[in-house]
Design a protein around this ligand. Structure first.
Ligand SMILES: *[C@@H]1O[C@H](CO)[C@@H](O)[C@H](O)[C@H]1NC(C)=O
Ligand SMILES: [Mg+2]
Length: 260
């Protein structure tokens, strides 16, 4: 709790999110966890840092699992301050770009957000499932989604509110399915998000489509409706690439899993 408040103070998000409980934001681990006696071998640390860069830049292409030697590295990254800091710096660039957009008077200036590992953090789930080193278990992940208790990524919540104040229409474009709409809405509200323009989920006809195609098709629909997609934020390249892409795309970190 103390470290959480310290973090929030450092990045001055406190004043922007006055009504959010500490449960609904991801937190730095307790001091005990950070001072854990597990060590990463130096050559593993260097290798895994390079691996992470390749993943984030999409040089790695399709990958299924974290390399075994990097499991602890990913755990430290996700649980430590670096993940939050990386997210915060990216949100800062997003904000700087958004503040330079000249908005029209027609209410058609749009920003697209992904949900998982973008607005919401499933870190509490992945903490008990090997940080992406376990094979993905759809049943247990669906149970977690239904709990609707994923906390907000603090930097994303701050950006989200700022974009709304600037006058952007917010579209949420997620790989989650229609049957998860209720739980997803409940979770977004729980963690402090509100007043999105539209929540777009996979319909029956979207099942099995690569995310890049599904998301591009839905962005195209927005463009056809006259929306100007200035920015797009997502933790997967499949959130950002394809067609009808945003003028600027912002890739959030995610070394835990890859979605085509
Ligand atoms: C997946 O999760 C469900 C629900 O928690 C569990 O019953 C099942 O054993 C898991 N499957 C595997 C392969 O771990
Ligand atoms: Mg995502």
């Amino acid at each position: 709790m103390a470290s959480c408040l310290l973090f929030m103070g450092v990045f001055s998000t406190m004043s922007l999110i006055p009504s959010i409980s500490s449960e609904s934001l991801i937190k730095l681990p307790s001091e005990g966890a950070m001072l854990g006696n597990r060590k990463i071998k130096v050559d593993d640390r260097v290798y895994c840092d390079s691996w992470r860069l390749s993943v984030e830049t999409n040089n790695a292409g399709i990958w299924e699992r974290i390399p075994a030697r990097c499991e602890r590295f990913v755990e430290d990254y996700m649980d430590g301050e670096r993940y939050l800091s990386d997210s915060d710096v990216i949100a800062g660039f997003s904000s700087a770009f958004a503040n330079n957009v000249k908005l029209g008077a027609d209410g058609r200036d749009a920003w697209v957000f992904d949900i998982d590992e973008t607005l919401l953090s499933n870190l509490p789930y992945y903490e008990s499932h090997g940080f992406g080193s376990d094979i993905f278990n759809e049943t247990s992940f669906d149970d977690w989604v239904n709990e609707a208790k994923a906390p907000a990524l603090p930097a994303s919540l701050r950006l989200y509110k700022e974009l709304q104040q600037l006058g952007f229409k917010i579209f949420l474009l997620t790989g989650r399915s229609e049957y998860q709409r209720e739980a997803t809405e409940a979770n977004l509200l729980f963690s402090g998000y509100s007043k999105w323009e539209r929540l777009i989920l996979r319909e029956e006809s979207d099942q099995g489509k690569p995310a890049t195609i599904y998301k591009s098709e839905r962005r195209q629909e927005l463009v056809n409706e006259g929306y100007r997609i200035h920015g797009s934020s997502g933790d997967q390249w499949s959130d950002l690439l394809g067609f009808a892409v945003a003028r600027r795309s912002f890739k959030l970190p995610n070394p835990m899993y890859f979605i085509l």
